[in-house]
Design a protein around this ligand. Structure first.
Ligand SMILES: *Cc1c(COP(=O)(O)O)cnc(C)c1O
Length: 463
């Protein structure tokens, strides 16, 4: 079999891509002037581009490839499922074996309060479902005035209207008059960037109490839910100070609002627990999931629904008018099941907790000594490096935020490592199958990238 990608030379592919393909989150004019990078093959933690370069996938695709690339077992499971039943819907009183098996599997894997799941195709769709279901829940409870959802600045919950609104990305809100009405945002627990004179723990308490203040300002009788990622991913791997989540838990325990833990990144082993909520001892009412659920082999997401919220659907009469053509797509469910088989058999979650997690963390944190790095942080297998112009001074940032991050990202790619830039910090979130040897290579490539970036910034007179 010949893939299209292998019959055209790179330049011809680039020209076709520029002519016809609009990329997500991209300045298209700028990209087309430069040309896309073309990935043709991937195996384990390694990507191959159309010029034959091998690049380490330090981002697990987009935070999703837990079991690594090229697992034949998943391809075979999808092939078998497509041969039996390629598609049927789950509307109109119908169902099928793979969606039943995956729903039961997720009920067993998730914390005890979760026994039900609604399926969709992405994290964004899962958060659209959140938006609609929390309002439906309060309607069913006879409290239709509870409508406001509280999110956090710089949180990320996807790119649809609901996802963008629940998220706190100001640049996204700026396009198209978002958020939609009924969503409000509070401070994020980002001590390095916003902690001012406070210690991390003082700042964590302060940021948590912004939730309490928001509930009081709006009126508890009008607040439907609070949504947050256990660790913010796209916002820059923001690992909250230790004081933050216990204080949020205290506040939530005193208030009659739903808590939504967005597990799209933290779920499926990223923090060394099946769900990020377990790592921080949180007790959410709803958990959107996607990404690692299928390791990206096919698109699938879902919303895990606690017994408390599910009672509005299963114990009370009424139809919830919501669903997607591909809710519980059989082939996607088969991919997820095969992915979970691998994760359990290879004990990948335990591996992140006891083996590769601590191994990479120690080496990654040592990069904090580098003259360009203000802070190196990592939990489980997700980490960040804050790049700063003046070591030891976290108040001073580079001019034109993002320029240095982009420079470093491009150098990293050239050196053979995918790191993502968020503002002027560098992010990694490698596949959970990363070996010790590959972890050493990752850190060596990151260190070389920091050295090269530092040298270039010196040349430009920026450090
Ligand atoms: C990626 C992401 C989403 C959106 O998922 P898509 O599959 O891209 O729609 C939602 N929430 C979080 C925390 C994410 O990281």
């Amino acid at each position: 079999m010949t893939a299209v990608s292998n019959i055209y030379p790179t330049a011809a592919l680039r020209a076709l891509d520029a002519a016809h393909h609009i990329h997500p989150f991209t300045d298209t004019k700028m990209l087309n002037a430069e040309g896309s990078r073309i990935i043709t093959h991937a195996e384990g933690v390694w990507l191959t581009d159309s010029d034959g370069n091998r690049i380490m996938d330090g981002m697990a695709g987009l935070w999703c490839s837990q079991v690594g690339h090229g697992r034949q077992e998943i391809a075979d499971a999808v092939h078998r499922q497509m041969s039996d039943l390629s598609y049927y819907n789950t509307f109109f009183k119908t169902t099928h074996p793979p969606v039943i098996a995956l729903a039961e599997r997720l009920a067993k894997l998730s914390p005890p309060q979760f026994n039900r799941v609604f399926f969709c195709s992405s994290g964004s769709e899962a958060n659209d479902t959140v938006f609609r279901l929390v309002r439906y829940y309060w309607d069913q409870m006879g409290k239709p005035e509870k409508k406001v959802i509280i999110g956090r600045w710089n949180g990320y919950h996807g790119s649809t209207l609901a996802g963008t609104s629940l998220g706190g990305m100001k640049a996204m809100h700026g396009q198209g008059d978002l958020p939609v009405p009924g969503v409000t945002h509070i401070a994020q627990p980002y001590w390095f960037g916003e902690g001012g004179d406070m210690s991390p723990d003082e700042f964590g308490i302060w940021a948590a109490q912004e939730l309490e203040k928001a509930i009081d300002r709006i009126g508890e009788d009008k607040v439907a839910a609070f949504i947050a990622e256990p660790i913010q991913g796209a916002g820059g791997v923001i690992i909250p100070p230790e004081s933050y989540w216990p204080e949020v838990r205290r506040i939530l325990s005193e208030r009659d609002i739903l808590f939504v833990a967005d597990e799209v990144i933290c779920g499926f082993g990223r923090l060394g627990t099946w769900f990020g909520s377990q790592y921080f001892g949180l007790e959410p009412d709803l958990m959107p999931i996607a990404k690692g659920l299928s390791s990206g082999y096919l698109p699938i997401g879902g919303l895990l629904i606690s017994d408390k919220v599910a009672s509005a659907l299963v114990d009370m009469p009424g139809e919830f008018y919501h669903g997607y053509t591909y809710s519980g797509h059989p082939a996607c469910c088969a991919a997820a099941l095969a992915n979970l088989d691998i994760m359990e058999r290879e004990k990948l979650v335990e591996r992140v907790a006891d083996d590769i997690g601590p191994y990479l963390q120690a080496r990654w944190k040592a990069l904090g000594e580098h003259p360009l790095v203000g802070e190196a942080r990592m939990t489980g297998l997700v980490g960040a490096l804050e790049l700063v112009p003046e070591k030891g001074n976290r108040r001073k940032a580079f001019d034109n935020t993002g320029t240095v991050g982009t420079l470093c990202r491009d150098i990293s790619f050239r050196n053979g490592l995918v790191m993502r830039a968020v503002r002027d910090s560098m992010i990694i979130s490698p596949p959970l199958v990363l070996s010790h040897d590959e972890a050493d290579q990752l850190v060596a490539l990151a260190r070389k990238t920091l050295d090269d970036t530092h040298a270039e910034l010196k040349r430009q007179g920026k450090v």
